[in-house]
Design a protein around this ligand. Structure first.
Ligand code: ADP
Ligand code: MG
Length: 267
């Protein structure tokens, strides 16, 4: 292979440079290739959905982009300059690429307000490494309130997080990711397990918070993809099966076959 990704990153075609550019991404688990040579360009300012049948490699790809897994091969360039592959999640988050929290990382006894203050104080939003005095955290109280209001939790900032409904916990995760003010926000199945009402609320919320940033979304619910995504990449067996605007993707016979195959397999 001549020339690394840093050299051929520029001038690779018309249009603005992608904010994220993955090339030849591979992740093996004991010889099994969950992600098998993925190229992905994520345009700045858009909502880019990663879809595909169960087991297609969406979550693995997501984890490769955010540093939660190291690639077996390949490269992920941020703004054509910085190689993300091999960096820690904290380092990637500090560079402005953040993922939403997992519910399991919430503390039942702490309030949403305290969670957001800690995320603002930590600056990486990942892990709760240290505790600050109330006085030092107080600096972030105003911003925490704004973020809670943005995700519809203004009235619930003071209750124990453990008492929140599932949908509200997911909203809190979003507030924690937004606390980092990321350039690129990655969301893995933000509507998974939600009822219709929470799904609609989450769609509205993502519409609001996408302003001024790029969103990468792993999403199983095609209504959510249709409502939000500018571009869609379809994965199957760890590879890119198709890519384009949703309106094109939904009519692509290969995509229809992949989904029907998956639906049959699940029965
Ligand atoms: P998706 O999110 O599209 O449903 P995943 O990325 O979770 O798919 O998984 C893709 C494939 O990789 C699946 O076959 C899954 O079983 C396998 N896989 C994912 N994570 C691991 C792991 N930690 N160890 C072994 N196999 C894994
Ligand atoms: Mg998944």
């Amino acid at each position: 292979m001549g020339g690394g990704p840093a050299e051929d990153g520029r001038g690779a075609g018309p249009g603005p440079a992608p904010v994220l550019r993955a090339r030849g991404l591979v992740r093996e688990f004991r010889g099994f290739r969950a992600v098998d040579g993925v190229d992905l360009d994520v345009a700045e300012g858009g909502v880019h959905a990663l879809v595909g049948p169960n087991g297609a490699g969406k979550t693995t790809l997501f984890n490769l982009l955010t540093g939660f897994l190291k690639p077996s091969a390949g490269s992920v360039l941020l703004e054509e300059r910085r190689e993300l592959a091999g960096r820690s999640p904290e380092a990637i988050s500090r560079l402005g690429v953040a993922r939403s929290f997992q519910i399991t990382s919430l503390f039942a006894e702490l309030t949403p307000h305290q969670h957001v203050e800690l995320a603002l104080a930590s600056g990486t939003g990942i892990g709760w490494r240290f505790w600050l005095s109330d006085r030092r955290l107080g600096r972030f109280a105003g911003r925490a309130e704004e973020l809670l209001a943005q995700v519809g939790l203004a009235d619930l900032g003071g209750v124990p997080a453990g008492s929140l409904s599932y949908g509200r916990k997911r909203a809190l995760e979003l507030a924690l990711a937004l606390a980092l003010d990321p350039k690129v926000l990655l969301l893995d199945e933000p509507t998974a397990g939600m009822g219709v009402e929470d799904v609609d609320r989450t769609i509205e919320l993502i519409r609001k918070i996408r302003a001024g940033r790029t969103v990468v979304l792993v999403e199983h619910n095609m209504n959510v993809v249709a409502s939000l995504a500018d571009r869609v990449t379809v994965l199957q067996h760890g590879r890119v099966l198709a890519e384009g605007p949703y309106a094109e993707i939904r009519r692509d016979p290969r995509v229809i076959t992949a989904y029907l195959g998956d639906a049959h397999a699940e029965r």
